[in-house]
Design a protein around this ligand. Sequence first.
Ligand code: DAH
Length: 368
Amino acid sequence: MTNDSILSLTAFDDDALDKAFAALEQQAREAAAKIDGPEAVEAFRLEWLGRKQGRLTGVSGRWLKSAPAEAKKALGVRFNALKAKVEELLELAAGAGPNDAALKAEAIDITLPGTRRLTGAEHPITRTLNEIVSVFAALGYSVGVGPEVETDFYNFESMNFPPGHPARDTQDTLVVASQERRPQRDRLLLRTHTSPVQMRTMEQQPPPVRIVIPGKVHRNDAADATHSPIFHQVEGLCVDAHITFSDLKGTLDHAMKALFGSAVKTRFFPSFFPFTEPSADVQISCIFCGGKGCRKCKQSGWIELLGCGMVDPAVFAFAAEKQPAYDPTKVSGFAFGMGVERIAMMKYGISEIGQFYAGDVRFLGQFA
Ligand code: DAH
């Protein structure tokens, strides 16, 4: 509708004026009701209140000018009322329009369940590792760590695996390339066990030592249901005057009961590790059948869990190069090493080691 559609007023009596203004107001109301956004608000403003082309300008121009003098006042009053009405309509539309849209965009349905943010949980390996460490912490052990990229000296030689010793073959690993010009003992490799941290610890402090060392280790082992080329161990070392094999047995028997329940029994089987003499494998009574014999323990009633032994004098001799107090004639000690994955698998009844590393929340969520 344009200004041309403003009809010429032919009569100026009150009735005629009321009718004419009522019709205009009605049109303004209808136009305002159709406003559906900020652009429509502006169009409405221009159409009705625009200074040059606006309809109210048109009304005042045509009607007021052509009105006889005695009708001007009545017309002016009605004109002002209409203008106030149109401004009010504009204000309402401007206020409500954009807010409506904004509200719609922001609208939330408070009856919907909220977005649940999952709480993180300790990974079962970390949890088991911490549990093992805390059993020994309660016995007065401190906690240490060492590098994952280790030298041949710490990983093998100082642990009494001399170059060419066949025991090295059981712990093949990745080695850092292009180190041929270095002496063998300085060459870097991914550590195959946490035992080298025994030597690092002894070099740093004189006896007595009681320490546990959790960490990640690497081996050239084919992955299967129970093996992974990367896994975790907790190492233990206790050195003092007069440490005996009985101390070793008592300590590990207590630790196994703390980890698997007080009904668990332990037994020590002769074994071999280059860095301990004598060496033993620790077996615990089968936690699945209580020792009666089942598939899990291959009907033996026992499960092999960790290695241990009395620290070999040759290891003390390496430590004594930096800390003379590790004189093998004056101190003795025991050491042990356990696989964290193996213990976690037993504690939680997990049959595939790969589950630990797959990152599947359906698995991990069970430990939350
Ligand atoms: N380092 C051994 C391994 O990885 C485990 C071990 C056995 C550690 C006996 C020890 C020990 O400290 O005394 O197979």
